[in-house]
Design a binder for this molecule. Sequence first.
Ligand code: ADP
Ligand code: MG
Length: 398
Amino acid sequence: MNIIEGIRTVEELEVENKRVFVRVDFNVPMDDGRITDDTRIREALPTIEVLRAKGAKVVLASHLGRPKPGKHDGLSMVPAGERLAELADVEVHVPENCIGKTAQKVIFDLRPGQVCLLENLRFHEEEEKNDEGFARELASLADAYVCDAFGALHRAHASVHALPRLFRDRAAGLLVMKEIRSLGRLLEATERPYVAILGGAKVSDKIAVIEALMERCDAILIGGAMANTFLAAKGLNMQRSLVEHDKLPLARTLLEKAAARRIDFLLPTDLVVGESVKSTEGRLVAAADVPEGMSALDIGPDTVARYAAKTADAGLVFWNGPMGLFEQAAFSRGTFGLATALTESKAFTVVGGGDSAAAVHAAGGNLAAKFGHISTGGGASLELIEGKKLPGIEALRP
Ligand code: ADP
Ligand code: MG
C-alpha cells in the first residue's frame, strides 16, 4: 500500500516565474513571543530551497496556535518569518493579512526566488471551517499549490483541504514525502519484530492507536501516566497517581485482547514516585508498592532495562508518549534512558507526538540524530498509523 501513489511532488512541478502557495507547518512552540523549538521551520527548508532554485515566487502560509475569534493573542507569524530569514538566509516579507490587498501587494512585488510568509491563517475563522470562499481568496494569490504541512494533514481546514482542489498544479512537499515514506514503514510492518512503546498523559487520547497497533505489533510496552491506568486495572493501588478511573473497564478489555492475540503487553515493574508533579525529588518503588499519598511520575530502571531488551533486536520500533514527567529532572530518567536505548537498537526507530519529540531533543547527547525518523506531526502521525485517510493527502490526489 502506497499512500502517496499518483501524487505529484514539488520537484515535478513547473514553477519558474510562478507564484507558488506553500502550506507549511510553522506551528512552533512559543514562550513569550520567542520560538522555543524551530524544528518545524528547519524541516520546511528543503522544499523552500527547491522552489527558490527553480525560480518560483514562494508564498508561505501556516497557522500558529489557537487564536480566539477576533484576537491575535501574540500569535503573529512575524517571529517565524524572522527565524526563517536567518535559517534560509533570505529576506522574508510578512504582510499583515493572509488575504486581500496587503497580501496581494507583497506577492505582486516578489521576484523569482523571493519569499513571503502570510500572516496566521487562523486569524480568519474560515480557515478551521474549511470555508470555500476563504479558500478561493487564498487561491487567487498563486498559480500553484504545494503542501508541506505534515502536522496539519489530518485536519480538513481550508488551506489544507478546500484550497488544493482549486489548483490544477498541486503537489506534496519534501517533508510530507519524507514523513509518509518513514511512517509508511509502520503501516507495512514488514520489518519484524515490530515493537510499539506508548506513554504520555492519557489512555483516552490513544485508544484508537492502541487498537490499531494491536493489529500489527508483536509487543506493546506501556509507560507514562497511561501505565497507571493499566496497573490500576490489574488491581494495583496507584494511590495519588494520575489514573483514568472511567477507563478501567476499557484497559481490562485491551489487556484481554492483547493476551488473546499473544502480543507481549508489558507494564512497568518499578516506578519513581513523588509527592506531587512539583516534586524535585523522586523515590524508587516496586509498581505494587506505591506509598500512600504518592504519585507515580516515571518508570524505574528495571522497567527501562526490560523495555530496552525488548527493543534491542526489534526490526521496527514506534514510540509515542514520554515514559514520565520528563520536564522535571527527577522524573526524566525513564524517558531519557529509553531514548538512549532506542538509539542502540538495530531497528528502524520512529518517534511520533509533540511531547515525545521534545523529550528526545531534551535528552541531549545528539540522540535525536540517531533515530530513524522523528515526526513533526503529533495527531497526523497517529492518524496515519491508525490507517485513517488524511484530508490533506486526499486533496492532493489527481
Ligand atoms: P505526545 O505529545 O508525545 O503524544 P502526550 O501529550 O500524550 O505525548 O503526553 C505528554 C505529557 O505526559 C508530558 O507533558 C508528560 O509530563 C506527561 N506525563 C507522562 N507521564 C506522566 C506521569 N506518570 N504523570 C503525569 N504526567 C505524565
Ligand atoms: Mg502532547
